[in-house]
Ligand binder design. Sequence first.
Ligand code: GDD
Ligand code: MG
Length: 369
Amino acid sequence: MQAVILVGGEGTRLRPLTSGIPKPIVTFVDRPFMAYMLQWLRGHGVDDVVMACGFLPDAVQAALGDGSDYGVRLTYLQEPEPRGTAGALKFAQDHLQERFLMLNGDVLTDVDVSAQIAQHERTGATATLGLVPVTDPSAYGLVLTQDDGAVTGFLEKPGPDQLGGIDEYLISAGIYVLERSVLDMIEPDQNVSIETQVWPALVGNGLYASADRSAYWLDIGTPQRYLQGTSDILAGNVTTQVLDRLTDGLAVTGDVADGATVIAPAIVEAGATVAAGATVGPGAVIGAGASVAAGATVERSIVLDGASVAADAVVRDAIVAPRATIGERTVVEQEAVLGEGTTVGADNVLSRGVKIFPGATVGDGAVRF
Ligand code: GDD
Ligand code: MG
């Protein structure tokens, strides 16, 4: 089976994590995000993957190579300029087979895509959208269906006046089974949106949907969801290969001093150090070569390669990019994101989603609430 994965967005909502690297290869727990998608797809018989790239394609290729690590063959395509979700598909047409999967490149999921393909074959659909339930559909594509799965309406990013005030909505999961004939609906060499220009035109015309109500599904495109995904992978709420590394929720190959506390689930990578009196976890990842000093706490957070957390600092519900340094007694919390190589001095409080851009410096006691 073939799949085309859209990896062309700039990932603006995940900045500064995505300031220098594209969203699909941002480190997620212990591997590039795309590794999860490729492993999941491989489990559903996908062996040939076309990566539809825009932003920084060389970095994606450098991180994922020819795909052999994941048991798939990867082909990289780069649009001359961002063509939108359908324009990117059209640009890939010479590489596409009669039937293939199309995926948004930012979904962490274990949706049963085999069941979706089986339904697609049964109904003879032109396109079958994978659906998942959410309570608030406003950031997604809301899909209305009949009992037989035929789609009766597609509303991308519905406003409050378009919602019915119900508890559960079915939204497009960014997972599609497509017949090649869909390509005939897309103008070449144009920026075209599959959500606003193709799906509405296919309603009543071969557009079906297949809901999976028991799967895990998350769009990882914001710091809050990045952290949610990290904690769900560690807790095993989504089936991934990370679980193979954990024993009783722990993988500790780094240097944890006597008198340090590590609470599962947690990962301390090789070359990382956790000093006596420090507490790591639950829900913590300490990357290779990172350090956590005495009295510091890291929980529900990821501290990436080579970053350092000084004595008595607190990192909670936060993302610390590679080689960032956090000074003594500084608190980094509430979805704060420190970009790569940032330097934060002592006695700061960085919280409420604050983003420090790569390489920036925050002096001692400079930010407090
Ligand atoms: N190649 C290429 N070119 N890829 C693109 C482009 C482009 O011009 N624009 C966006 N993409 C990729 C992004 O990298 C991402 O993987 C995917 O297309 C979807 O873009 P997002 O920007 O993440 O869209 P969204 O999350 O707001 O909404 C989409 O996903 C939802 C599910 O997560 C829509 O498809 C919704 O209908 C859907 O519910
Ligand atoms: Mg998205």
